[in-house]
Design a protein around this ligand. Sequence first.
Ligand code: PLP
Length: 456
Amino acid sequence: MREYAISLDAKKMPDAWYNVLPDMPSTPTPVLHPATQQPVGPEDLAAIFPMGLIEQEMTTAPTISIPGEVMDRYLMYRPTPLRRAYRLEEALKTPAKIYYKNESVTPSGSHKINTAIAQAYYNLQEGVHSLSTETGAGQWGTALSIACSMYEMACKVYMVRVSFEQKPYRKSFMEAYGASVIASPSDTTEIGRRMQKENPGTTGSLGMAISEAVEVAVTSGGKIKYSLGSVLNHVCLHQTIIGEEAKLQLDSVGEYPDVVIGCVGGGSNFAGIAFPFVQDKLKKNLKTRLVGVEPAACPTLTRGPYVYDYGDTGKMTPLMKQYTLGHNFVPPGIHAGGLRYHGVARTVAQLVHEGVIEAISLYQNPCFKASLIFAKCEGILPAPESSHAICAAMDEAVRCRESGEKKTILFNLSGHGHFDLTAYDAYLRGDLQDYDLDEEILEKGRASIPDVKEPA
Ligand SMILES: *Cc1c(COP(=O)(O)O)cnc(C)c1O
């Protein structure tokens, strides 16, 4: 009998998150204050984050134990299944073995709830009962709405306007859990009004929505804290439960991956699946390939410079060294909304810079094509974001068919696409465009990158 789903006994679930910081081949790049350009301390971040998360942002402890209360919520849906894609292997006639971690089975339909629960918990621990945030495709807003409802906290979500219009049911989903949802840029913040004036008719961007949500926290007198769904160390940290479980599950069937693949927006689901393998790769000198996949329409890792930049359009966030298209860059309105971010997690960036992680970019049409082949074989309709990982995994499997290599491929299925049917509709009608960004557009974005003197 074929073992399609490789489960993991809940009692064997990892009880600590893995921290990549102490395993980085070189010292992690410091985070700088947006005004002084000096390294930030915990007190600089206290206006927007609770201390528990600030500590996790900076700690170099090798692991952080998962609080019992968070573990208890995880157990509602974790461990998630690791699946062997036998039918996809057959469809591709590949000798490769394809495994995927199925994060689409969570209450929010994506990996994002893994950090949403933890973030809501640490805020509540410090007496915070209200969170503000941004959302691109709506996945993060949904995850935080559910997490906030678990702890009876208020949740205010700034949703990038293009997604707000493309995905009305995302808004309903968030509202069902008690969140309030506002299209960004909006008239409810100073910065939102300014950005609308400067960019009339703008589709919005994650960078703009972040600025609005941060402003709400900063001006709340400590009542509202801000919550980010990707990019930061503590977010990537919380997502490592994905890779830790996958490692145990693969081990239980005597496997170890040759290639680990994830799509990259801000970098958190990729970090989640890949970071636990970074440790092995560096310490045991393994040849495991760790591949981040981004859309060609937002080619941060593959075409951006490795420099300091802001995380948001309004320049309210700290400066972080990363690959960036410039904080003013507004990517084309592709349907993988969660991948439309100008920058990336600084740990992922540094590991790409040091050659530990590879990055590639793909067009959206081949990703949707791959996604539908996957759906027919596996019975799961993937999120457009996840389709980038699927397409890269299938390309790898096809290369194995040509070379005869029996590689073991692992990818992260970051979410399902049940709220992305407008996107599938557009694909099936042949209405999706593949964007090749010309140098002129990229140059315009790069012009917004600040001139930062790196600390010696
Ligand atoms: C948000 C999202 C992503 C991209 O964000 P990362 O932080 O890079 O993981 C990818 N897939 C899905 C389904 C998402 O919701």
